[in-house]
Design a protein around this ligand. Structure first.
Ligand SMILES: Cc1cc2nc3c(=O)[nH]c(=O)nc-3n(C[C@H](O)[C@H](O)[C@H](O)COP(=O)(O)O)c2cc1C
Length: 357
């Protein structure tokens, strides 16, 4: 008999779950709070806590767990492979009584700096190691233990074996980013693997990878049988996406943001991410992590993206935003539902620096 724990109910009970994908330097306290403002996901996942011989619980991630104020459950993600250190980290989370809905293991990070240490996506190369880590975490985690992974390292050779281990260790939820580690972020997403996992496992599976809009999300749910959607980059571009999903499921009219709404979102992001001790240009640089994705929905020629990438002051950025999002009647235009073709966010993934373990 399965001893897995049910997930916390979605906001509309019985509807597919929506979840915020963990994203380093993005799913921070200010961003989680902003999502609370625009329409929170059913479930949130933190950036990963690095787990190694000298690791402690990073205070900014602890903060995001304690103070996100969305009213929704948050899962704390870990990345690591040393069993004693994983046990110690789980014990520290429990001892601190952090209000987490569960603890999640990262088995997908594609940064070479990470997988070369056999953590993150590197784990998918060795089912025997996965077996030991899942066993150890299942024993140490009180409450829900969840896994986020890709379909394999360079191919799918271990996919079925790892699904069996997920079942063997009574993992409570699987979030599946349906690419290999080597495919990083840009290849097609192999949704058929999500369908295979959803059919094979007795637990909920969240579909992850290029869920770019409400329409795409509905297509993914229908074609995979997944229990819900985990959304990363597209909620940076469109923070209304979780609310749009909920409105659709409730049979309500779906929010259509305008470019003026996007202008206001950028202002809110700027204010939310302000830090007293940070120089303006570093603040603007941090904001570019978000603008990079927002710009994919503004103009098909990518002029907003091009100019925003070069801004160094708030004054410059304001002028760029006004020009592209407000002036000449643009404010009333609908914000594109999908990323505009041909535009690319750079960098579009974890940075090597952020990924150092
Ligand atoms: C900037 C960035 C940081 C990320 N950091 C993490 C992370 O800390 N943990 C993790 O499991 N995945 C991380 N990911 C992967 C995402 O959670 C997600 O699996 C991936 O972006 C695919 O989903 P999407 O197409 O909806 O963005 C990151 C992705 C990006 C773009």
């Amino acid at each position: 008999m399965s001893a897995t724990l049910p997930l916390p109910e979605a906001m509309i009970p019985g509807q597919p779950w929506s979840a915020l994908a963990p994203m380093q330097d993005v799913t921070t306290l200010p961003f989680m709070r902003l999502l609370g403002h625009y329409g929170a996901p059913d479930l949130l996942f933190t950036e990963y806590f690095r787990v190694h011989g000298h690791s402690t619980l990073e205070s900014h991630i602890v903060d995001s767990i304690q103070r996100h104020d969305t009213g929704r459950p948050v899962f704390a993600q870990l990345i690591g492979e040393s069993l004693p250190d994983l046990q110690r980290t789980v014990a520290a989370i429990h001892a601190a009584e952090l209000p987490v809905a569960g603890i999640d293991l990262n088995m997908g990070c594609p940064a070479p700096k990470v997988y070369k240490k056999n953590v993150g996506g590197g784990l998918l190369r060795d089912p025997a190691v996965v077996d030991r880590i899942l066993g150890c975490l299942r024993e140490s985690v009180e409450g829900r233990f969840t896994v986020k992974m890709r379909i394999g390292f360079e191919d799918d050779r271990n996919f079925e074996a790892i699904l069996k281990l997920i079942e063997k260790h009574q993992v409570d939820l699987l979030s599946l980013h349906a690419r290999t580690v080597k495919e990083a972020y840009r290849s097609a997403v192999h949704y058929e693997y999500i369908q295979r996992a959803a059919e094979a496992l007795p637990i909920p599976v969240l579909a992850n990878g290029n869920v770019t809009s409400l329409k795409k999300g509905l297509w993914v749910l229908e074609n995979t049988g997944a229990a819900g959607l985990m959304i990363g980059r597209s909620c940076i571009r469109n923070p209304w996406i979780f609310r749009q999903l909920r409105e659709h499921f409730a049979g309500e009219s779906v929010t259509q943001p305008t470019l003026a709404d996007v202008r206001e979102y950028i202002d809110r992001l700027f204010t939310a991410t302000a830090q007293a001790d940070r120089a303006e240009r570093f603040h603007i640089n941090h904001l570019k992590k978000f603008l990079n994705f927002i710009g994919l929905g503004v103009d098909p020629e990518g002029r907003f993206l091009h100019e925003a990438r070069r801004a160094t002051t708030k004054l410059e950025l304001d002028a760029i935003c006004d020009r592209h999002l407000i002036e000449a009647g643009r404010g009333k235009q609908a914000f594109a539902d999908e990323p505009l073709e041909g535009l690319v966010a750079r960098p579009n993934c974890e940075t090597a620096q952020g990924c150092s373990l």
